[in-house]
Design a binder for this molecule. Structure first.
Ligand SMILES: NC(=O)c1ccc[n+]([C@@H]2O[C@H](COP(=O)([O-])OP(=O)(O)OC[C@H]3O[C@@H](n4cnc5c(N)ncnc54)[C@H](O)[C@@H]3O)[C@@H](O)[C@H]2O)c1
Length: 277
């Protein structure tokens, strides 16, 4: 197979490779000839080079997993995540979606050398990011997992149920780090999926209501698949996207464009959302 995306022999790490978008991403990368190292709290069946069990709520497990992979890392795919509510503690959601994801990324960056690519999955649930950039800058100013956790614990009103705030943090952090890491030749981007049929969807339906989630699936008129989300992640971390950096990429069948031009009825979403996919 021709290697137009340049993944043959590349060493890549995928968090969240057990299910959903992370699993689909890991499978696609294996099929493209990458040397894939998967991290998840649940054991994955994807035929990767290595799998390491980690808990993104526990920085020691992250550090041990990265040390186990060692060597040069070409690309990182931050796909692991937890929803908010539905039995998940806000601080666990905050740890997995932002603090642990940031910690993992900070462990990987020194292994990337002068070229590398990082992508994280954020969410349309984080679209409120621009309303509270100064708050997020306080969080970003914290150094390391523990300091970030202490900030989050001191700011429960902002963290709330955990999902929206953690996804906003991923979006602001991606843009902030994009302007810094590019000086070292490293790119960082994130995606904003519209509702996607994965195991997480059951919690979104239970916490936000199916109507609210369905409204975010317009104008496409259906939920996307994990594979449809994996493709753009693999593309944006590929050599073909060599100067795409600090970007918040909607992967939503036109939701954001429809919203911006008044063609998506957001009143259906305004009635509820503590959280939306
Ligand atoms: N499904 C959607 O509609 C949707 C929409 C927007 C954004 N997202 C985001 O997409 C990402 C992928 O979610 P998904 O929809 O594929 O759901 P999913 O539940 O299938 O995948 C989440 C993965 O994260 C792993 N994980 C959870 N807690 C962990 C921990 N403590 N340590 C390590 N790994 C852990 C899970 O085991 C699982 O493999 C998440 O960040 C999610 O917030 C999902």
């Amino acid at each position: 197979m021709s290697d137009v995306l340049g993944y043959q022999g590349k060493r890549v790490i995928v968090s969240g490779c057990f299910s959903g978008m992370g699993e689909a991403t890991a499978r696609l990368l294996v099929s493209l000839g990458a040397e894939v190292h998967g991290f998840d709290s649940k054991e994955s069946t994807v035929p990767m080079s290595t799998f390491t069990q980690i808990d993104l709520r526990d920085p020691a497990t992250i550090e041990a997993a990265v040390a186990g992979v060692g060597g040069k890392v070409d690309a990182l795919f931050n796909c692991a995540g937890l929803p908010g509510g539905g039995g998940f503690l806000p601080m666990d959601t905050m740890k997995v979606n932002f603090l642990g994801t940031r910690h993992l990324t900070e462990q990987i960056i020194p292994l990337m050398g002068s070229k590398g690519a990082i992508v994280s999955i954020a969410s349309t649930g984080g679209l409120g990011w621009s309303r509270r950039i100064p708050i997020h800058m306080q969080l970003l100013a914290t150094q390391g997992f523990q300091a970030g956790l202490e900030w989050a614990e001191a700011n429960p009103d902002h963290v709330a149920e955990g999902y929206a705030f953690s996804k906003e943090a991923v979006i602001v952090w991606t843009q902030f780090m994009g302007a810094r890491l590019i000086k070292e030749g490293i790119r960082i981007n994130c995606s904003l999926p519209s509702p996607t049929q994965t195991p997480m969807m059951a919690t979104f339906h239970a916490t936000s209501g199916k109507d609210v989630v369905d409204a975010a699936a317009e104008p496409l008129g259906r939920y996307t698949t994990a594979q449809e989300q994996a493709g753009p992640l693999v593309l944006i971390n590929s050599d073909l996207a060599g100067v795409v950096n600090g970007v918040v990429l909607p992967v939503d069948g036109g939701f954001m464009g429809g919203l911006a031009t008044g063609q998506v009825d957001i009143s259906r979403m305004m009635s509820a959302p503590k959280q939306q996919a």
